[in-house]
Design a protein around this ligand. Sequence first.
Ligand SMILES: C[S@@+](CC[C@H](N)C(=O)[O-])C[C@H]1O[C@@H](n2cnc3c(N)ncnc32)[C@H](O)[C@@H]1O
Length: 345
Amino acid sequence: MDPVPWREAWHEGLYAVGRGFYVTRGGPAAHFTTAAHGPTGKVLAEAVLALWAVEHGPVRPSVVVDVGAGRGELATHLARVLAATRPSKSPTRGVDGPGSGADPAPRTRVVAVDVVERPETLDERVEWLRSPGGAALPPGLTGLRDALVIAHEWLDVVPCTVAEVDADETARQVLVDPTTGAESLGAPLADDDRRWANTHWPTTTPGDRLEIGLDRDEAWADLVSRVDTGTLLAVDYGHTARTRPSRGTLTAYAGGELTTPVPDGSCDVTAHVAIDSLDADEVCTQREALKALGLTGAVPPHALAGSDPTAYLAALERASAEAHLLDRDGFGAFWWAVKHVRDTT
Ligand SMILES: C[S@@+](CC[C@H](N)C(=O)[O-])C[C@H]1O[C@@H](n2cnc3c(N)ncnc32)[C@H](O)[C@@H]1O
């Protein structure tokens, strides 16, 4: 087949109707594990809600949206945590004034967004919205108020331009044969990609590869534009200006294994996110963010094992999940980009 720019081939490989990897090959959990799955997912859900409380106080979001939700794993954790901790009375909306307790607290909606139909077994408390995929978001996701929006490992699967600096020090698009993954060099970067590279990833070293973040920046900006008021959080593996990888990060996964990136629908294709080019108010590692929210990973006192073995085991499981999320060489190295959208009316 004729080689095409990675960006187009990548989009087809992941999202093409009837043959894209994410449309046809089962949920992400069938192929790899993320922090949204299992015990870490519950702790992550609690942390994300704690992040909301730091900015917005005790009043809960009216809606929590999980973009790139897989099969709703994190959304389900969020719905469970919200249900388990739901205040019986609203702290601010009582008809008799703040804290009167006269008004039942409104339920926080939880909406999961991904590219497939609603999974049959999804928790009934979670609403589902189908999305086109990649940089495109569903038209129905709009006008969100008092919204907490999470995009956990979404931006790394938003296809972007891949480039390589040639022997003449010119950054050129990398083309790929969609059936084999064989690469070749194409035209110099288009103006908007070149401008992005000059600003965020300047290099003229022959052989350097770049993953141009413009498509991720624009996808994120589109998501931000859907929120009238609230807080957005992108969590992803990535890099900043100090740590751009000179050989690129394009990688593929299928069936739990790392594999060669071939954009033919057989594998997930992903590349790290230039996290510091996103429009965000705060950028830090997940470890830093979770420590600021009070997570420690500390094991419970051994004496608890004798006095309350069930509580001890639960505390041990939680400590292990926290440690996993804080791990400098694992999930703790992920990046958090936080954006607040405040009411300006
Ligand atoms: C790497 S997986 C992460 C899944 C889940 N958030 C987790 O962390 O386990 C990326 C997910 O994003 C979804 N996705 C990609 N583009 C999307 C879009 N525009 N809207 C909604 N979901 C999207 C994919 O279908 C896939 O399920």
